[in-house]
Design a protein around this ligand. Structure first.
Ligand code: MG
Length: 227
């Protein structure tokens, strides 16, 4: 970690604060198939963090030989959100609140930087993690044209928190999220809460890797003290 004191921790949301990726993956696959696009759950995990438009465009470019239209994005994403909202509510990620509590106890700023625009989850952040997040420090897909793996969402999180990248760390579960955070200059902790191999997160540039948020919770106090 850098020699600068850590002043903030920026958290990704899906797969970090909520155990929501299994439902996202299934709903993406089902929504795409309804519109004639073939997708598998592994694709969803590999593309986690992208905007909906960017993800769907990858599929149409490969399968239909053309870019997706804004109307198609709107329709497919609306269907995906509709399906997602029918699923049982995704649980809070075990260990996440303990991590947040350690960060708060250390007096650091907490922000969320997510590629999601899923209203049902964004609303739950403030409801179910009461008192941890200030609305202006939640960056979602609505705030950035270019999503992860571009650094834009993390750079916006930085400017909203009024800090420099060397003064913050990021907690991410997705390869493209790690890539985005590293491109923005952050020390990045990867937490492998999904089915991808650790190597996918390491190759993306993760500085540290934990197998779960519980494992990070056990270590974060020491990390923050050392930083
Ligand atoms: Mg994630």
């Amino acid at each position: 970690m850098s020699d600068m004191p850590v002043r903030a921790v920026l958290f990704d949301m899906d797969g970090v604060l909520f155990d929501s990726m299994p439902a996202h993956a299934k709903c993406w696959v089902e929504a795409c198939r309804k519109f004639g696009l073939d997708a598998c759950e592994q694709d969803t995990y590999m593309n986690e963090g992208r905007t909906a438009a960017s993800t769907i465009d990858l599929f149409t470019t490969a399968q239909w030989g053309r870019h997706v239209t804004p109307r198609e994005v709107e329709d497919i994403y609306a269907e995906k959100c509709r399906l997602f909202n029918q699923w049982p509510e995704a649980p809070k990620m075990p260990g996440a609140e303990a991590v947040l509590e350690e960060v708060r106890r250390a007096g650091l700023t907490i922000a969320v930087v997510t590629g999601s625009g899923q209203e049902s989850l964004l609303a739950r952040l403030e409801r179910q993690y009461s008192g941890y997040f200030r609305p202006e420090l939640i960056v979602s897909s609505r705030d950035c044209q270019r999503g992860k793996p571009y650094p834009d969402p993390y750079l916006l999180g930085l400017s909203r928190a009024g800090i420099r990248a060397e003064e913050a760390i990021v907690v991410e579960n997705a390869p493209l999220g790690v890539q985005a955070a590293r491109a923005a200059g952050f020390h990045t902790i990867a937490v492998n809460t999904g089915p991808l191999p650790d190597s996918a997160l390491i190759r993306a540039g993760a500085n540290r890797l934990y197998p779960s948020m519980q494992a990070l919770a056990e270590d974060i106090g020491r990390l923050l003290a050392a930083g």
